[in-house]
Design a protein around this ligand. Structure first.
Ligand SMILES: [Zn+2]
Ligand SMILES: [Zn+2]
Length: 268
């Protein structure tokens, strides 16, 4: 990395300045695949563009969108046919009205979500944000949502991680809807009404019954007056068994919420 300084002792010409500028640009905007550190397509510069984030090799594994056919309640993806209510939801109607996502948890997706969440590769947010906006517009824009509520982290986890990945996915949503912001909000971002009051062990590898037990009473509604009668959109990174969002929905509905929907980055 110091090779750029080697051949220019005493004569810092224009070429050297360009090289130094590029060196610092590369620190801020690395032209490396966010997954494997391989080289990126040189023409791709827009961070919301897939090939500006991932190399051709990684992209070949696919970033499949969340698309029909899926269960119209829990968003479970089907291989073929039309949207319908899945057997699980028919037998046991979930508390959450609708689960929708930006991506399917397949291909490259199961690798890049942990990079974002656990390794703080936060530049991925620039790639995820437009996908979340697109999914929000498609599924929830005109459904009478009052509050957008990123699933909160326990304060201890927040201190360890330093950021709430769910909030990062939608924090610019208001800015991307200027027509709404200019006048009165149709919906508001809410990061205070729901609190995580129990520090839970990671869910990965636990079966559904243990997951549910693990999350029991993990959330508390701080501001029931705000939640009462409100249609709430919970935002999370991944929806697998739905234990986390299900428990959050349970306390929100118990506090008087009108309806709880879920938007996630990826549906497993
Ligand atoms: Zn790669
Ligand atoms: Zn279902």
């Amino acid at each position: 990395m110091f090779s750029i300084f080697k051949h220019h002792h005493g004569k810092p010409g224009k070429e050297l300045l360009t090289k130094i500028t590029r060196f610092f640009q590369a620190l801020v905007f690395p032209d490396q695949c966010l997954n494997c550190r391989g080289l990126l397509h040189p023409a791709a510069k827009d961070p919301s563009e897939a090939r500006a984030c991932f190399c051709t090799f990684c992209l070949a594994r696919g970033l499949p969108r969340f698309e029909p056919p899926f269960c119209s309640r829990c968003g479970h993806l089907f291989d073929a046919g039309d949207n319908h209510v899945c057997e699980t939801c028919l037998k046991n109607p979930p508390r959450i009205s609708r689960v929708r996502a930006a991506l399917a948890y397949k291909g490259l997706v199961p690798e890049i979500v942990p990079l974002f969440k656990y390794q703080a590769r936060l530049s991925l947010a620039r790639f995820f944000e437009p996908l979340m906006k697109e999914a929000f517009d498609r599924y929830f824009k005109n459904t009478g949502i009052h509050l957008i509520l990123p699933v909160p982290l326990h304060p201890k986890k927040m201190r360890q991680r330093g950021f709430n990945q769910s909030y990062l996915l939608v924090r610019r949503l208001a800015r991307s809807h200027p027509g709404i912001c200019g006048t009165s909000f149709l919906w508001q971002m809410d990061v205070t009404s729901l609190k995580r009051v129990r520090y839970t062990i990671p869910q990965t590898g636990l079966d559904i019954a243990v997951r549910k037990e693990n999350l029991k009473n993990a959330f508390h509604v701080i501001d029931p007056a705000r939640v009462k009668g409100a249609n709430i959109l919970l935002v999370d990174d991944v929806y697998t068994t739905g234990a986390t969002c299900g428990e959050a929905a349970r306390v929100l509905l118990a506090a008087g919420a009108g309806r709880v929907d879920v938007l996630v980055l990826a549906r497993a």
